[in-house]
Design a protein. Structure first.
Length: 368
């Protein structure tokens, strides 16, 4: 059982070679869907045992059930299609090889396939360990459907953003209920939209698209809060805010100052998982705007590099953050997942678990 609850990971883990081979074999028709699921379940069971041994309170499937942290989830909605080409996104020094994902009709949801995946992880719970589900935020889907390559298609079905926001929120509320009915009590939104609008470069990018940043922020906040509206009182919904994490590269840089008044102060989530692993994230001053009903998980350990951080330097940074939020409302984690997409970051599984041990050791020393 975990010694401290002030220690967590964001969600994704490096995919084992056996899983990557099985995925390729399934795609090539070498193995059946049933055989593929059997291999995935075996590897997820092994991963969960490692998570428990590491002392993590939350257990997940490590995102072994998906290729991309966000797109696979979107494909579970009615009215969304995808294709292998045309989805690349420029990251720092590398193009992320994604898949074009776009509307083919009005959004709706039946039985989302991620719920069945969650049920398997739920079956692996034991005393002191809780199954957590991670999904991309409603704002992430809103942004996906409004990128320049999708804008015209989206407008064919949704003449205004307000109409789109209403349907996204409605679909997410239905999915949230499906997860709840399956026994999920902690759901995590992964959200790169706030990280995409920080910094001067982002401001210039949105200006070139003819978009007013204030309106963008209001729409991101609106769609997330509408989706959360009416959630069961005994269900926690948290959010992880990221600036991009693909093959150890990033998408944007900039401090939280320009978005804190929206997401820190007014998004109706229980906990914020915040990327704070290097100078790209800015200082801790924006934490002063976190509403008193929220907790904060400081992502001070990078998943982008294999080298271990200096323990005392990390503790010193926690003490700096404590100037803005009481220590009991703070926790520690890596800054993002280890494999936001199937390709993973540039470190080994051994280095991944060394990072997690470091987080655990620091949390034990700081919070006991």
């Amino acid at each position: 059982m975990a010694k401290t609850t002030h220690f967590d990971v964001v969600g994704s883990f490096l995919r084992p070679a056996e899983l990557k081979k099985a995925a390729a074999d399934f795609e090539a028709g070498v193995i059946s869907k049933e055989e593929f699921i059997k291999i995935k379940h075996k590897l997820i069971e092994q991963l969960v045992e490692k998570q428990k041994a590491a002392g993590l309170h939350y257990i997940t499937d490590g995102e072994y059930n998906r290729k991309f942290w966000h797109l696979d989830f979107f494909w579970g909605f009615e009215g969304i299609a995808h294709k292998n080409d045309g989805g690349g996104v420029q990251f720092a020094g590398e193009v992320a090889d994604l898949e074009a994902t776009y509307l083919t009709g009005k959004l709706s949801v039946k039985e989302h396939p991620f719920v069945e995946n969650f049920k398997f992880v739920k079956s692996l719970e034991s005393e002191g360990f809780e199954a957590k589900q991670t999904i991309p935020s409603p704002a992430q889907l809103f942004q996906q459907l409004n990128i320049p390559s999708n804008f015209e298609t989206t407008r064919n079905f949704y003449p205004t953003n307000d109409e789109l926001i209403e349907d996204i929120a409605k679909a997410y509320r239905q999915v949230i209920k499906q997860f709840y009915d399956a026994g999920c009590r902690t759901l995590q939104f992964d959200d790169c939209t706030w990280g995409a609008i920080v910094g001067d470069a982002a401001s210039q990018r949105y200006k070139s698209l003819g978009l007013e940043l204030k309106q963008v922020k209001e729409e991101l906040l609106k769609v997330n809060n509408l989706a959360i509206e009416g959630k069961p009182v005994d269900m926690k919904i948290n959010t992880h805010i990221c600036r991009g994490n693909y093959h150890s590269t990033y998408f944007t840089s900039g401090p939280y100052d320009g978005v804190a008044g929206y997401v820190f102060a007014n998004e109706k989530v229980n906990t914020l998982y915040l990327e704070y692993d290097d100078e790209r994230s800015g200082g801790f001053e924006p934490l002063a705007q976190v509403s008193p009903d929220k907790n904060v998980v400081l992502g001070l350990i990078t998943t982008k590099k294999p080298e271990l951080e200096d323990k005392q330097a990390i503790i010193a940074r926690i003490r700096q953050a404590e100037k803005y939020i009481p220590l009991e409302r703070l926790s520690l984690s890596p800054q993002c997942g280890f494999a936001s997409c199937e390709i993973g970051n540039k470190l080994t599984e051994e280095e991944q678990w060394a990072k997690i041990r470091l987080v655990s050791e620091i949390a034990e020393e700081v919070w006991g």
